[in-house]
Design a binder for this molecule. Structure first.
Ligand code: CTP
Length: 405
């Protein structure tokens, strides 16, 4: 359930901070992507280097670091997560959270985030029982912050009582339970196409296109993150298989269609591949040689099957929701709306792939989601990363299935 989930781990300064290392290892072992913020006090107990080695990522700590701000920025840091986990959470950081203080990178990210937050408090029993901490915890709980522990036992200061950080296994379990409950597409099945197709000319040459597969792959990962059992039918791309997704590798449009058909029935199909419209009619069995003085060969093309239209017209095997893409270089909205009708799909994601936009191969995308025939059925999203487009589309799909409000 936590494979591929992005967790922003905030490590604040308490003796239990060393357990954040084991926590990181356990979360990573289950496939989560962990990025860490280490407070100044936290860095007195564990080093940024240990956390960086375990997360496999840069560790953030300084709100005023010019490089960090230009590379990542504290707002992005706080938003590019599915869950923000504060472990251990000291009385100090909990108080700052309750009162909305933003005095360092950790508290600023916690104030700026729009993502769910979980805290695992750890402190001396008197501090935990103090009226101020009680009131702060009440405030945080009312805001929907999930609290794990603390538990009773011998404390580092020698006293006995409630205040120990919950066991690492219990924090991991709480994270798993959280994602289990937050998997609105659990029980749904999805198929996604992605990337280009390569249509052979002869054994060494092909007709292809510039699609990188980044958008389609991100959509498959986002649907899987929401709990859908997802098959990604991919054309030839230079991308790793997304975790938590079953990937079928194909080359040609005909292979892609066959693979998609084998996935049906599914609840939702998102056809993001840039399928070649044509293939070479007679593929040469041997490499076509250049003969001196002879005219260049002529390639005769035949039309490829339209995978999107085939899926949309699949009768009783038709997915309940069929989503197409419209890659356009002019009259983006008008062409996309016409394409939605022509292909028989329910939704279409329109994007401008003019070279100046840098969409093919790039990391960003500016899209319009068209969900019906009326003007009100067009939502234009601001330019954002392809991962963010994918997450937003997956949320819209989950909402469509009534799984989230
Ligand atoms: N598509 C498909 N099979 C094809 C061609 C396109 O499944 N043989 C799908 C794409 O995955 C996308 C949608 O159809 O979801 C629109 O693709 P696009 O390339 O924009 O449209 P085309 O149908 O190729 O139309 P044109 O090239 O004329 O714009």
């Amino acid at each position: 359930m936590i494979t591929n989930r992005r967790i922003l781990l905030v490590v604040s300064g308490g003796i239990a901070a060393y357990k954040a290392l084991e926590l990181t290892r356990e979360l990573k072992r289950r496939g989560a992507a962990v990025r860490a913020i280490l407070t100044d006090a936290g860095a007195k107990f564990v080093t940024p280097l240990s956390l960086a080695a375990l997360t496999g990522e840069k560790v953030y700590g300084d709100l005023f670091s010019l490089t960090d701000e230009s590379e990542m920025g504290h707002i992005r840091l706080s938003r590019e997560a599915d869950l923000v986990l504060v472990a251990p959470a000291t009385a100090d950081i909990l108080a700052k959270m309750a009162h909305g203080l933003a005095t360092d990178l950790a508290t600023t990210a916690l104030l700026a985030t729009d993502k769910p937050v979980m805290v695992a408090p750890s402190m001396n029993v008197r501090m935990w029982e103090h009226a101020a901490t009680r009131a702060n915890m009440e405030t945080l709980r009312t805001r929907g912050i999930v609290v794990v522990g603390p538990v009773a036992g011998e404390l580092a200061c020698g006293e006995e009582g409630e205040g120990r950080l919950a066991e690492v296994a219990d924090i991991v379990k709480a994270v798993e339970d959280f994602f289990e409950a937050a998997a609105p597409l659990r029980g749904r099945r999805a198929v996604v196409t992605s990337g280009p197709t390569f249509e052979p000319v002869d054994p060494v040459r092909f007709i292809g296109n510039r699609s990188s597969g980044k958008q389609g792959h991100a959509i498959a990962a986002a649907l899987a993150r929401l709990g859908a059992r997802t098959v990604l039918v991919s054309g030839p791309v230079a991308l790793p298989d997304p975790a938590g997704v079953e990937v079928v590798h194909t080359e040609t449009a005909e292979q892609m269609l066959r693979a998609v058909n084998e996935c049906l029935p599914v609840d939702v199909a998102v056809m993001a591949a840039a399928v070649s419209d044509w293939r070479v009619r007679d593929v040469a069995e041997a490499k076509i040689k250049k003969t001196k003085g002879a005219a260049p060969p002529r390639l005769e093309l035949s039309e490829n099957p339209d995978i999107l239209a085939t899926v949309a017209g699949a009768g009783n095997k038709r997915p309940r929701l069929v989503v197409g893409f419209a890659a356009e270089t002019e009259n983006v909205l008008a062409n996309a709306r016409a394409k939605r009708v022509a292909k028989g799909c329910d939704w279409i994601v329109a994007n401008d792939v003019s070279p100046a936009e840098g969409v093919f191969g790039g990391d960003n995308n500016t899209v319009h989601l068209i969900t019906g025939a009326n003007d009100a059925d067009v939502a234009s999203w601001p330019r954002m990363g392809k991962d963010a487009v994918a997450a937003r589309l997956a949320d819209a799909i989950a909402r469509h299935f009534g799984a989230i409000q």
